[in-house]
Write a new protein. Structure first.
Length: 328
């Protein structure tokens, strides 16, 4: 009988723990909803709208294979008889091609979805790499100071003196010159990511370096030194978590710049290859046939690029104000 009673009591105990966990989670969600940042977000209609548009674009890019009508990599799905069709609501268009087709008979709507996916992937990876490099160098520079600080900051100043696109073109051209011709298309994504990373880490480094200088003199850092913590532990476990707020704002704003840089490089012909759809390559290909009347091939990818960059910038501007106590 005792064993049966213990067996019966076990499910009730586990059920009670689950209920307690759900209650704690619900309380945390309510606390987050009632926070100053959440209230600031709810009361800003422009930010809510920009966030909704950004989430929609992210969903469209991530689910391109599910939302697209045709696979742009499947050559058997194209028919040259369908080439140069206008959007479906224009005279001469067809309902199965919402945004028309290009000169090869490819569905522009499907191309935009896959191009948005590539641009977002390149943008996110570039931002993460630039953030990792810049934050690491910024913490090291601000913590050690002296010659280390001078060397890293002078390098950042030197790279900031070059225009972003010019330096990205330089890195891309150098990489393509060092690689064999047959590897250019295969390494295009990596070249673009390296180019954007090397042109974007400086802002992170300068921001984190200034925050590290302020945090380095506080009591918790001095206490960690007295307790015998090594420099790596102090930098990356004590100081770094306290300097990430401005980094988050920079990363949000940098995402828009990274997407625009990728589109610019692809438009100039040194980014993604023509057979790999991205917003930049679509604009580049559509621009060639703009004066022949195929305005839809360049217009719709350009609109998506502008809306994506604008929505990211609006969310980044709100995040900068929301995380700044002086502007809250």
């Amino acid at each position: 009988m005792a064993i049966n009673n213990m067996t019966k009591a076990a499910p009730s105990a586990s059920t009670g723990s689950r209920t307690g966990g759900l209650q704690k989670l619900w309380q945390r969600l309510l606390a987050a909803w009632d926070s100053d940042i959440a209230y600031n977000f709810r009361t800003s209609r422009l930010t809510v709208f920009a966030s909704a548009v950004l989430l929609l674009l992210l969903f469209a890019g991530i689910g391109a294979s599910l939302l697209a009508h045709y696979d742009p990599f499947d050559l058997a799905a194209f028919d040259l008889m369908d080439s140069e069709l206008p959007p479906s609501w224009v005279e001469g268009g067809e309902a199965r091609f919402w945004l028309g087709t290009d000169i090869q008979g490819r569905d522009v709507y499907s191309l935009i979805l896959y191009g948005l996916q590539v641009s977002l992937i390149v943008g996110f990876i570039s931002v993460l790499c630039a953030m990792a490099l810049g934050v690491t160098l910024g913490v090291i520079s601000g913590y050690f100071g002296g010659m280390v600080d001078a060397l890293i900051m002078r390098l950042a100043d030197a790279m900031l003196s070059f225009p972003t696109i010019m330096f990205a073109l330089l890195v891309s051209g150098a990489a393509r010159g060092l690689l064999p011709q047959e590897m250019h298309d295969q390494m295009a994504v990596y070249i673009i990511v390296i180019s954007i990373t090397l042109t974007g880490w400086m802002q992170y480094a300068r921001t984190v370096r200034g925050c590290t200088l302020l945090e380095g003199n506080k009591e918790y850092v001095q206490a960690a030194k007295v307790m015998g913590s090594n420099n790596m532990r102090i930098m990356f476990q004590h100081i770094l978590p306290n300097v990430l707020s401005p980094v988050l704002v920079l990363a949000t704003l940098h995402l828009a710049l990274a997407v625009l840089t990728e589109a610019t490089l692809s438009f100039l012909g040194v980014g993604m290859p023509p057979h790999q759809p991205s917003l930049g390559t679509l604009i580049n290909e559509g621009n060639k046939y703009l004066f022949s009347g195929q305005w839809w091939v360049v217009l719709f990818p350009s609109l998506v690029l502008v809306i994506l960059a604008l929505s990211v910038n609006l969310v980044g501007d709100w995040l900068r104000d929301a995380l700044n106590p002086k502007l809250r």
